[in-house]
Write a protein that binds this ligand. Structure first.
Ligand code: PYR
Length: 363
């Protein structure tokens, strides 16, 4: 198969969909890889690195999009819709539930759209999302700590406190991969950490993992309201695979927070869990303030640490790409249940239930 790797063009998106070692793996399996000029630069991979691994360099996005399969990191933006065509296999993050226009463009052009974020193993885990949830979760705490600084619009507290001064309070809503990683960093910083989750079993696991370093709370509207009101930093880390994120934190709850408190919405790429994260921000202008609370709503958080993120992402995506390339997407998906769940659009239809439901389409 011939595989194209376009340069990412979203704001400050410096990841790339493959590393030289990923190229080597695909080429060793008899495939050809075409990387757009300088696509790896932001992640520290040069054209020469890719050529040494067996790739060819193409000069334009148009060429990179012209091959049988295109591997990307982020969901295409409008200027890329023109490259869609019938039968193109697009393997990338898609986050279609909050994106009606992208969904329509994929269906109208009969693209085979396989979303990293809905590839799901029989145990329910999301192997192609997990590494980026780890990155975003870990970043969320350090970003929150930064925006709590006065010079960044926050109330001017240090999460760790100091002897004689109270620690900052961090509330993490959602105890999955992102939430657990956010909590790890918050515990590491010495903050006073509360995690909410809907699953009693997950709360037990978190209790075993963190012991007395965290307070675990059942996620319900009252507990959310109380722990949001008390928090200096709230991290939203709830995910329902493929679906729009539930708005668990209401505008009233945000109004109850202290002036200069910070919220970081990791779930913003699926629509966000705060009623007040009603817009996506970018790494260039990452925050806005509403009801005196600093809101961080960047949808591609891992794009800020591209070297780590590119390597972590491609560690998990490349083995699936090799299966698609070796067998063709139909056979690869028929023989791999996890990959089958990744197909969000094919032959002009939405083929993933939560996405179809988000757009009121028949499934
Ligand atoms: C990202 O890492 O940007 C995702 O969309 C998950």
């Amino acid at each position: 198969m011939r595989i194209g790797i376009p340069k990412e063009i979203k704001n400050n998106e410096n990841r790339v969909a493959i590393t030289p070692s990923g190229v080597y793996h695909l080429v060793n399996n008899g495939h050809e890889v075409f990387v757009e000029h300088e696509a790896g630069a932001g992640s520290g991979f040069t054209n020469e690195d890719f050529i040494s691994a067996g790739a060819s360099i193409v000069l334009t996005a148009q060429e990179a999009w012209s091959f049988d399969m295109v591997m990307k990191v982020k969901e295409p933006i409008q200027s890329e819709y023109g490259y869609f065509r019938e039968g193109l296999i697009l393997f990338t993050y898609l986050h279609l539930a909050p994106e009606p226009e992208l969904t329509k463009a994929l269906i109208d052009n009969k693209v085979i759209a396989i979303a990293y974020e809905t590839v799901q193993l029989p145990n329910g885990s999301l192997p192609l999302l997990t590494p980026m949830s780890e990155v975003a979760g870990r970043m969320a705490t350090q970003i929150g700590a930064q925006f709590l600084e006065k010079i960044h619009g926050g109330m001017g507290i240090l999460l760790a406190g100091v002897p004689g001064v109270a620690r900052g309070k961090v509330t993490v809503i959602g105890g999955g991969v992102a939430g657990t990683n956010a909590a790890k960093m918050a515990v590491g910083l010495g903050a006073d950490v509360t995690i909410l989750d809907l699953s009693p079993d997950r709360l037990r696991q978190l209790d075993d993992l963190f012991g007395k370093d965290v307070t675990t709370l059942m996620s319900n509207p009252l507990n959310i309201a109380e722990s949001v009101a008390e928090a200096d930093l709230v991290i939203g880390a709830v995910l329902i695979p493929g679906a729009k994120a539930p708005k668990l934190v209401t505008e009233e709850m945000i109004k109850s927070m202290k002036p200069g408190a910070v919220v970081v919405d990791i779930a913003i790429d699926q629509g966000g869990i705060f009623e007040t994260t009603d817009r996506i921000t970018t790494h260039d202008a990452p925050t806005y303030t509403k009801h005196d609370v600093v809101h961080y709503a960047v949808a591609n958080m891992p794009g800020a640490v591209p070297r780590t993120s590119t390597i972590a992402l491609t560690n998990v995506t490349v083995p699936y790409a090799v299966q698609i390339a070796n067998k063709g997407y139909r056979q690869a998906c028929l023989t791999n249940e996890a990959l089958l769940k990744g197909i969000n659009c094919a032959d002009g239809f939405v083929t993933y239930r939560a996405v179809a439901e988000a757009h009121g389409l028949e499934y």
